[in-house]
Design a protein around this ligand. Structure first.
Ligand code: C2O
Ligand code: CU
Ligand code: CU
Length: 430
């Protein structure tokens, strides 16, 4: 089904915010406002035209994280927007319903631009998500949560300076959609939370305070094959998940971030793994509207990603600020992929620090982790995966529709300090 055209306007601009308890307004950046940006939403089959204006005093870009689109529209470091400049990408939405996001990608400065407030959600709908038995009233029982940590100094300024130290900027304050200490009044028995870890470095273990089970229904790239019950969800920077939580009338329950198991990390405390935070307080009304058990049908357009279809295997070793021993070079193409083919990418975190792996343009599936089948919540479509230390992840990916020998896509660690430091490579699809 092909649809009409959806036009969006985004202006990256300077602003300031007065957060409660802070003496002075904090200088920030935002899109169409002082901090973060609007939720964009489009349907599969629709054409999207975006006008991105850069009104901040630095060169930036705007990347559509998780989107399948031509490399020239991707908004990576090759699509710079100068101060005062405008960029007009357009593409057709050609992927299943999902919770995607957008953020700048200027080479070497992504951490700072995201930290200052440039990011937003991009939701995709399709027929399958329309007919799914899932809460879908945006802002009522279908709630976007951009979760970020920030630090503000005594003068009320966002702390940016100790960038460069592992694992990157770790804040002591959790911001959800740009607010501190949010409370949500709930009027239905079930609530869908679209979670984005929009932090630059911190990985969360999200759970309800009593660790009651939640239903995970979607990963980065859309609905799972079936709901997965879990009580804690690990979410690394850049990753998304949708969960459905059930509430009983009159109760109050907090969504929290608990100490997170990052795998065999050398010094967990240095990564913020021991920290605990409240994220969101949920207050259920005295009577709640009934909501069905989450369920959904098959995607009629789904083409399975199968290892036996792979035409080749590539290996990627992450170490220090390098991938396969090389730092990002805007003028070097690291990998050449053929359009219409399936590949296996074998990705290894070779050391005892956290890394993640993100690939532009595609949604991959995890085949195995150290030869073991992945746990159920890691079997969905993903564009970003947390890499536990000393483990090897085999991913299966399909590169279809868009070929451009002159314009690369990126793959990189999504811990933004690492990305900015050069832990990124470029591939072209020809
Ligand atoms: Cu979310 Cu290359 O980025
Ligand atoms: Cu991306
Ligand atoms: Cu990394």
């Amino acid at each position: 089904a092909s649809g009409g055209v959806r036009r969006f306007h985004l202006t990256a601009q300077e602003g300031s915010i007065s957060w409660p308890g802070m003496p002075e307004p904090t200088p920030t950046w935002g899109l169409n406002g002082p901090f973060l940006g609007p939720t964009l939403r489009a349907r599969r089959g629709e054409n999207v035209e975006v006008t991105v204006r850069n009104a901040v005093p630095e060169t930036t870009s705007m990347h559509w994280h998780g989107m399948h689109l031509p490399a020239a529209m991707d908004g990576g470091p090759h699509q710079s927007i100068e101060p005062g400049g405008t960029w007009r990408p357009s593409w057709e939405i050609d992927q299943p319903a999902a919770t995607l996001w957008y953020h700048p990608h200027p080479h070497g400065a992504t951490e700072r631009h995201v930290y200052q407030g440039l990011a937003g959600l991009f939701l995709i709908d399709d027929e399958r998500s329309d007919s799914a038995r899932l809460p879908r009233e945006y802002g009522v029982d279908d709630i976007p949560l951009i979760i970020q940590d920030r630090r503000v100094d005594e003068e009320g300024r966002l702390v940016l300076e100790d960038s460069g130290r592992e694992p990157g900027m770790l804040g002591d304050t959790i911001m959800v959609n740009g607010t501190i200490g949010p409370v949500l009044e709930v009027a239905a028995q079930r609530l869908r939370l679209r979670l984005l870890n929009g932090s630059t470095a911190r990985t969360y273990a999200l759970a309800l305070a009593d660790e009651r089970p939640m239903r995970m229904v979607a990963s980065d790239g859309g609905l799972l094959d079936a709901p997965v019950e879990l009580s804690r969800l690990r979410l690394a920077p850049g990753e998304r998940a949708e969960v459905v939580v059930a509430l009983t009338p009159g109760e109050t329950v907090r969504l929290r971030s608990l100490p997170v198991d990052l795998g065999a990390i050398a010094v967990p405390a240095l990564t913020g793994a021991d920290d605990e935070f409240d994220v969101l307080e949920l207050r259920a009304a005295a009577s709640l509207a009934p909501a069905p058990e989450p369920s959904w049908g098959e995607d009629p357009l789904h083409v399975p990603l199968r290892a036996q279809d792979a035409v080749r295997t590539r290996t990627f070793a992450l170490q220090g600020r390098t991938i396969n021993g090389a730092r990002m070079d805007m003028h070097r193409i690291d990998e050449v992929v053929h359009v219409g083919t399936v590949e296996i990418w074998e990705v290894t975190n070779t050391e005892s620090v956290p890394h993640s792996f993100h690939v532009h343009d595609v949604q991959f599936r995890i085949l195995d982790i150290d030869d073991q089948a992945p746990p159920a919540h890691l079997t969905g479509p993903q564009d970003t995966v947390y890499l536990e230390p000393r483990r090897r992840y085999r991913l299966v990916l399909r590169f279809d529709r868009y070929a451009d020998p002159a314009m690369p896509y990126m793959y990189h660690c999504h811990m933004l300090l690492h990305e900015d430091g050069g832990m990124m490579g470029q591939f072209v699809v020809i």
